[in-house]
Design a protein around this ligand. Structure first.
Ligand code: CP
Length: 310
């Protein structure tokens, strides 16, 4: 099967078979990271430019490691030391970098839609590494890969996403991804941070309580309160949030046996999730990070393969 698109901007634009293709490819690339010599020549001669307008630990480092493992030449632009601080626009920045003939851009931006905008300004592939509150497609793919390593059939799962849904690009991509694969997706969080019921997809619903969200859940995805997106203005206080929306050990005991707990990071320990759960045996936060490298290798391989064939 082939993926016939130049860019990876959104999970919403993928089919269920596209998602499966990305995950199956990532499974193959994961084997490389488990070898003594973690490098293959697959993208030798290709140039990838990483531009992160927002801070990142996991996404940025795993994209960079993925590029190195595939032997691509990679360049990471430090936005704070670039001509962006002199007022250069996003479009002009991309057009100038485009003149140096990169094969792909990896972009994180605080504005929703920035990755799509850039994809229209360049012939290079664009990989969305998170745009505002819109989408974070590679995070969704690594979340699905992590769940698939433990559960046979995503279509039979109850997947609960809890916290600041409104500001979360991870939630948006995960809602699309898990529901396209047939899971029953439940959302829960402060009323002010939930989507309106009328915009929900067919197999996505809003739970009435933490207990309903967590009860018999096979997968629980906890989200961070996002200080940088002013989430605190949407809730009375952090204490209130802890009291009503924190995943605690007693709530977790209501979940299905063998529940998988995910969190995209960074974690506010003991705010949205009890520290003892993070350190416990149901949480797969570091497995998510490990799988992030494989997923990003797969995404680069697939998109640059499209470039070769078109
Ligand atoms: N999950 C995630 O996007 O983390 P970073 O912001 O550290 O990249």
């Amino acid at each position: 099967m082939a993926f016939n698109k130049k860019d990876l901007i959104s999970i919403n634009e993928l089919t269920a078979s596209d998602i499966r293709y990305f995950i199956e490819t990532a499974k193959e690339f994961k084997k490389i990271s488990l070898k003594d010599i973690k490098k293959v020549p697959t993208l030798r001669g290709k140039t990838v430019v990483n531009i992160f307008y927002e801070p990142s630990t996991r996404t940025r480092s795993s994209f960079e490691i993925a590029q190195k493992r595939l032997s691509a030449d990679s360049l990471s632009i430090a936005v704070s030391q670039s001509s962006v601080v002199k007022g250069e626009s996003l479009k002009d920045t991309i057009l100038n970098l485009e003149s140096m003939k990169p094969d792909a851009f990896v972009i994180r931006h605080n504005e929703s839609g920035a990755a799509y905008f850039i994809s229209k300004c360049t012939r290079a592939s664009v990989l969305n590494a998170g745009d505002g509150i819109n989408e974070h497609p590679t995070q969704c793919l690594l979340d699905i890969m992590t769940v698939k390593e433990e559960k046979n059939n995503i279509g039979s799962l109850k997947v609960s996403i809890i916290g600041d849904i409104y500001h979360s690009r991870v939630a948006r991509s995960d809602i699309y991804g898990f529901s396209k694969l047939g899971a029953d997706v439940y959302l829960y969080g402060p009323h002010s941070l939930l989507p309106r019921p009328e915009v929900l997809l067919k197999n996505v619903r809003i739970a009435e309580s933490m207990e309903e969200a967590v009860k018999n859940a096979d997968v629980i995805i906890m989200l961070r309160i996002q200080k940088e997106r002013a989430s605190y203005y949407f809730i009375p206080s952090i204490e209130e949030y802890r009291n009503f929306f924190q995943l605690t050990p007693s709530l977790l005991s209501l979940a299905a046996k063998g529940v998988t707990v995910l969190h995209p990071g960074p974690v506010n320990r003991d705010v949205e999730i009890a520290g003892s759960i993070i350190d416990g045996n149901r949480t797969r936060i570091f497995k998510q990070v490990e799988n992030g490298v494989a997923v990003r290798m797969a995404c680069l391989y697939i998109l640059l393969g499209y470039q070769k064939n078109n």
